[in-house]
Design a protein around this ligand. Structure first.
Ligand code: HEC
Ligand SMILES: [Cu+2]
Length: 370
């Protein structure tokens, strides 16, 4: 036999037995993925969640089957073709060159598989990116460290997100400060919230309930509150029955009209009557609107802004950050106009969403911090 002729290698019985065993294992794994109880871990709250889970099952099943064959053959071949006792030290393995049939198949099969995967994924992606008619357009805005939402015909930003069952929704997400990432696991949808950029997705709610929103991009010290939320700013989306949603929407629309009327054009501080503020209402407001940036600790205890204990009652703190004397009027001025100094940016009245009355109550509350 000429030396450079390729030897013919036959696959023996043992190989086919191993192949049959691997095929059975692969089939079991595929069946497991078809039946896997994904929804008992994470509900599917929108149509896209069902589609994405179907894609996930398909990828996981094919991946697991492939993994079983690859690992199985590695183990089998390394045992079948191991070095036997008595093999000389300089023995050379069987030399195989080119196998057109094999190469054709290992090109065609993966190509077909990748094309199937691409079509499957693109169809879902297209549905997430392209709006059907009659969608409800909602905007979600990331802040350090909470979310706000905007609805058509509702003034300003609100802190709760409600969606009606069965109506297509277009959700725009963006950020007012740093990069956040908006993830609702029950929807299987996630988009970065980037200042100056709007990311969009489309879906239709299919299951009523209350679902977590999670910020998945570390965005500062209180990043965790964009997962658990707070009483004032719950990090949840509520999917309501259409009638419940309509009632919520009507109520919110009305409330927000009043809220925006209450925020009149800024008046000069001397025009604000600072007497008669309600410290209790102020404390509530503080928890909702200020505590993300201010601790009720000493000046040095910073979150974003300085600690505010004794801001009006501390002989060691005679001046405010803007250099003015620490008087109620001057604190009110900072609350109205905001202030940008060496520590950072204190937002103004409009940005904090404060009415004049709110400022009076906040000053009354700050006076009590000794
Ligand atoms: C986004 C963060 C942020 C929010 C929200 C915020 N502040 Fe501030 N605040 C600051 C920063 C930063 C400063 C300091 C500015 C500087 O001097 O650089 C400041 C300064 C102040 C000061 C002056 C403190 C001093 O010692 O002179 C007061 C008073 C104050 N804020 C009250 C409030 C109140 C009340 C609220 C809620 C309505 C509020 N802030 C909301 C960031 C914030
Ligand atoms: Cu965040």
């Amino acid at each position: 036999m000429p030396e450079n002729r390729d030897p013919v290698v036959h696959l023996d019985r043992q190989f086919w037995i191993v192949t049959a065993v691997l095929a059975v294992l692969a089939l079991i794994s595929i069946l497991w993925w078809v039946w896997a109880p994904i929804t008992s871990i994470m509900p599917e709250a929108v149509d896209k969640a069902q589609q994405i889970d179907a894609l996930f099952r398909f990828l996981a099943a094919s991946g697991t089957a492939l993994f079983i064959f690859v690992c199985g053959y590695i183990v089998y071949f390394s045992l079948a073709f191991r070095r036997h006792a008595g093999t000389p030290d300089d023995a050379v393995g069987i030399q195989i060159h080119d196998n057109n049939k094999l190469e054709t198949w290992w090109t065609i099969v993966p190509t077909v598989f990748v094309v199937i995967m691409a079509i499957f994924s693109l169809r879902i992606w297209y549905g997430i990116e392209v709006a059907p008619n009659n969608t409800l357009v909602v905007e979600a805005i990331g802040h350090q460290w909470y979310y706000t939402f905007r609805y058509p015909n509702v003034n300003g930003e609100i802190s709760e997100m409600h969606l009606p069952l069965g109506q297509p929704v277009t959700l725009h997400v963006t950020s007012s400060d740093v990069i956040h990432s908006f993830w609702i696991p029950a929807m299987r949808l996630k988009a970065d919230m980037v200042p100056g950029l709007i990311n969009t997705f489309e879906f239709t709610p299919t299951r009523p309930g209350k679902y977590e929103i999670i910020c998945t991009e570390f965005c500062g010290t209180l990043h965790g509150e964009m997962h658990s939320g707070t009483t004032q700013n719950p990090a949840y989306v509520y999917i309501d029955q259409p009638a419940t949603y309509a009632a919520w929407y009507a109520r919110t629309e009305r409330q927000q009209i009043h809220a925006s009327n209450a925020i009149a054009a800024p008046v000069s501080p001397n025009q604000l009557k600072l007497n008669g503020g309600d410290p209790k209402a102020g404390a509530k407001l503080f928890a909702a609107k200020c505590s993300a940036c201010h601790a009720i600790g000493p000046f040095d205890q910073r979150i974003v802004g300085p600690g505010l204990r004794g801001v009006l009652n501390d002989p060691a703190h005679p001046q405010l950050v803007d250099g003015d004397k620490a008087t109620p009027e001057n604190v009110a001025k900072i609350l109205e106009n905001g202030f940008k100094g060496s520590i950072g940016q204190m937002p103004n009245q409009a940005a904090n969403g404060l009415s004049n009355k709110d400022i009076v109550n906040l000053v009354a509350y700050l006076k009590t911090l000794k």
